[in-house]
Design a protein around this ligand. Structure first.
Ligand SMILES: [Zn+2]
Length: 162
């Protein structure tokens, strides 16, 4: 993809972030891939930061920004942000997982163990953020058709955020 085309795709994806919060994680994932493969990863981070500064307090965008900070080596900042996030959404599984991973990388083993222990107490649903709105069946990844009841387009992204 050429630079101009890439920017066009990026702005289309950015617009769709505002209209479909349900698929935000998929859109963010795509944006991250496009720009990291083009060696323009910072641009992805800038977009996330800007949205957060403009008060788009979407948990998905916030977490994506924390992941970006971690990948670009700003781990201290990522830890601060994740702790802020967890003060607002206590025990949110993705944030806890990310924080646990950073502690592990930084060899803060005790803190990592504490987070993983809290996570494991939350039960199996934390690992299956997709749920069928027709029958309630939970799955690990996005599927177009529910494997249990067979309904199309009924599976939505609904992580358990408290
Ligand atoms: Zn179903």
């Amino acid at each position: 993809m050429k630079k101009g085309e890439r920017e066009k795709v990026f702005s289309l994806l950015e617009n769709s972030l505002s209209i479909s919060s349900e698929y935000q994680f998929l859109i963010l994932d795509k944006m991250e891939k496009i720009f990291s493969s083009a060696g323009d990863y910072e641009k992805y981070g800038e977009m996330l930061k800007k949205r957060l500064e403009e008060n788009d307090y979407s948990p998905q965008i916030y977490l994506a920004y924390c992941k970006f900070l971690r990948k670009t080596g700003k781990k201290d900042e990522a830890v601060i942000k994740l702790k802020e996030f967890l003060a607002r959404f206590p025990e949110q599984p993705q944030a806890m997982m990310l924080l646990g991973d950073i502690f592990l990388e930084e060899e803060h083993i005790d803190e990592a163990v504490e987070f993983y222990r809290k996570l494991s107490r939350r039960g199996v649903n934390t690992k299956k953020p997709f749920v069928c709105t027709n029958c309630g069946y939970r799955v690990d990844e996005m599927v177009w058709r529910c494997p249990k009841c067979g309904k199309w387009d009924s599976v939505k992204y609904m992580p358990e955020i408290e």
